[in-house]
Design a protein around this ligand. Structure first.
Ligand SMILES: *[C@@H]1O[C@H](CO)[C@@H](O)[C@H](O)[C@H]1NC(C)=O
Ligand SMILES: *[C@@H]1O[C@H](CO)[C@@H](O)[C@H](O)[C@H]1NC(C)=O
Ligand SMILES: *[C@@H]1O[C@H](CO)[C@@H](O)[C@H](O)[C@H]1NC(C)=O
Ligand SMILES: *[C@@H]1O[C@H](CO)[C@@H](O)[C@H](O)[C@H]1NC(C)=O
Ligand SMILES: *[C@@H]1O[C@H](CO)[C@@H](O)[C@H](O)[C@H]1NC(C)=O
Ligand SMILES: *[C@@H]1O[C@H](CO)[C@@H](O)[C@H](O)[C@H]1NC(C)=O
Length: 537
């Protein structure tokens, strides 16, 4: 470590002085000056929970006990104006690419295992960039960014090691997944095994609960980390996504919960929290915290209708562009954050696409030159409380979901090509297209917004207000700062704002890469691949 670097680290420890320095505009980039000796770069642990509802963490008032998440968040920085995408693949794609879905062609839904599609191979992933900077890179858990050819696999997208499953969901014990793509004849396919160690199938894990497996592997990686090599541990848990399964012992504290789905989901969250506790303790035991940054994030909102996760008091559910689908639970814990900032809640606008530049440039001091990113480096926002460089979020534009189409016309989607008129945005943005955008405090939703209810917890006794249904309505406007739960649609009262935000959607629409959503391919059939989900090209 150079002397300037050591000096900077001392400043970092003196949190208040550090803040003072930033107030006086002294240019002291936290990691940048230490960045060219990779040994001093901070380790990064990125934990992604799957379908974890906004309500479902202890510090948001949940009855589910999450002592470890609560403790880490309380000693770190809670991100309370933090946004993710409404479903799995989109959030993961933005995390790994730093790009909005309109720039990767992934506007429309998550990948199904039978689809020949993956995160575009042209752009580097977050793991590629960190690896370039000298990091050991590990992915432990769910991939869900495509696998129809091996080039799409995490081991070929910047990760030195991979332990987990390539698809989007499966049984927690058997690790078997059965095709369920609507509009595709799944009955012609066998179910298949999907759990790997590196690129090899790992059937020996049959019968073992995934949260335990992933936590054990994460600890193993920590134990084997090398002192002179920083690590990036990406830990996308399977939990608490459906299927609702958990070992009995985790259900005991929730016996009183009447609702079956909520009861099992509670146990799944508790188990994930315990896993995070084990990892936290392992970090302490190994003395690794001093130079580590841990980020926790959900991938999208909870699914209360059949998944047991709740976003109350927010409106909407997983899969929608209402706040319940996208306003995510997130926090950052690190001794590298000055004391004065630790234990605070950050209300600056931060989005999942921001992690790419934040980790690559903000933490690892790497260059972003030549990359076209939609994210911002928000490290100073998180660690010093400076204003977020982000003032706007394109939540999404999905040209394949229009109000007047019967939600989704699968047969139409099968055959789109890049020059198909319908998918080439040549004209004005049509507000029957499903889209949403945030500009400052304002948010506009257009098209079919999906499930629009406020859904209280099953045992809460709250009788929710039902949204007023207006046939053909497809534009809503909210001031999220004043109305975070989206009760008061201001689209009629503020036509000026509607016009302004539609203008921003038009701007993005004109640069949209047509969505790719290929039909399922029967060659994916696990029966053709020794009973496993694997590449077929
Ligand atoms: C740091 O970067 C400079 C300029 O790129 C280079 O000359 C030097 O060797 C680097 N130091 C280390 C320890 O890598
Ligand atoms: C779906 O596949 C099964 C099994 O191959 C076949 O028996 C059935 O006729 C197919 N259904 C349709 C609608 O094509
Ligand atoms: C946490 O560690 C304890 C002690 O090793 C173990 O019994 C438990 O199963 C672990 N929990 C998880 C979720 O991995
Ligand atoms: C879906 O699209 C096809 C092809 O354009 C059309 O024939 C069919 O009527 C559409 N179905 C629905 C339910 O809109
Ligand atoms: C899709 O394209 C294939 C090949 O061009 C064609 O055979 C098929 O009829 C098309 N399907 C639809 C629904 O247009
Ligand atoms: C927008 O799209 C809908 C559905 O395709 C169509 O009925 C409507 O005419 C379009 N509006 C404009 C202004 O193009």
């Amino acid at each position: 470590m150079g002397s300037r670097c050591r000096f900077l680290k001392r400043w970092l420890d003196l949190g208040k002085l550090w803040l003072l320095a930033s107030v006086y505009g002294l240019a002291l980039a936290p990691a940048g000056d230490c960045s060219n000796t990779s040994a001093t770069l901070p380790n990064i642990i990125f934990i992604l929970a799957d379908d974890f509802g906004f309500h479902d963490v202890g510090y948001h008032g949940s009855a589910i006990k999450t002592p470890w998440l609560d403790k880490l968040a309380a000693e770190g920085v809670k991100l309370e104006n933090y946004y993710v995408q409404p479903i799995c693949t989109p959030t993961r794609s933005q995390l790994m690419s730093g790009r909005y879905q309109i720039h990767t062609g992934l506007e429309h839904r998550s990948f199904h295992a039978v689809q020949p599609d993956c995160l575009p191979l042209e752009d580097p992933t977050l793991a590629n960039k960190l690896k370039e900077l000298g990091y050991a890179t590990h992915a432990v858990g769910k991939w869900h960014l495509g696998f129809y050819k091996k080039d799409c696999w995490p081991t070929r997208r910047g990760f030195d090691t991979f332990f987990g499953y390539l698809g989007g969901s499966e049984d927690y014990y058997t690790h078997i997944y059965k095709c369920d793509m609507p509009g595709f004849n799944c009955s012609q396919l066998e179910p298949g095994y999907d759990f790997r160690d590196q690129e090899e199938l790992a059937p020996k894990y049959t019968g073992q609960y995934s949260t335990h497996l992933l936590a054990e592997r994460a600890q193993h990686i920590l134990e084997n980390s090398q002192p002179n090599k920083p690590f990036f541990l990406y830990l996308p848990f399977q939990a608490p996504h459906i299927p609702l399964e958990v070992p009995d012992q985790y259900l005991k504290p929730y016996r009183e919960v009447q609702d079956h789905d909520r009861r099992v989901y509670s146990g799944m969250v508790a188990c994930m929290d315990e896993a995070i506790g084990n990892i936290t303790q392992k970090m302490t035991e190994l003395g690794l915290w001093e130079n580590t940054v841990l980020i926790f994030s959900t991938d999208n909102g909870g699914e209360p209708i059949f998944g047991g996760g709740y976003n109350w008091p927010l409106r909407g559910v997983k899969g929608t562009l209402w706040e319940g689908g996208i306003h995510g639970v997130g926090f950052v814990y690190s001794p590298l954050i000055p004391d004065a900032m630790r234990g605070t809640s950050n209300t600056q606008l931060i989005h999942v696409s921001d992690w790419f530049p934040t980790l690559v440039a903000g933490l690892a001091g790497g260059s972003l030159e030549g990359l076209q990113l939609d994210g911002f480096n928000v490290w100073n926002t998180i660690s010093l409380g400076s204003p977020s460089p982000r003032t706007e979020i394109l939540h999404n534009i999905d040209p394949l979901t229009q109000t007047y189409m019967s939600i989704i016309n699968w047969s139409l989607e099968g055959n789109q090509t890049k020059d198909d008129d319908f998918f080439t945005p040549s004209g004005a943005f049509n507000t029957t297209i499903r889209a949403a955008i945030r500009v400052g405090d304002w948010k506009l939703l257009t098209g079919n917004p999906g499930s629009s209810r406020w859904i209280p917890l099953p045992d809460s006794g709250i009788v929710p207000i039902q949204p007023i249904k207006q046939k053909g309505k497809h534009v809503w406007l909210f001031n999220i700062q004043e109305d975070p739960n989206e009760y008061h649609d201001l689209s009629e009262a503020r036509p000026d704002k509607v016009k302004e935000l539609v203008g921003r959607l038009q701007h993005y629409y004109s640069g949209l890469v047509p969505p790719l959503y290929p039909p399922g391919d029967p060659r994916s059939n696990p029966a053709l691949h020794d009973g496993a989900w694997t590449n077929w090209e």
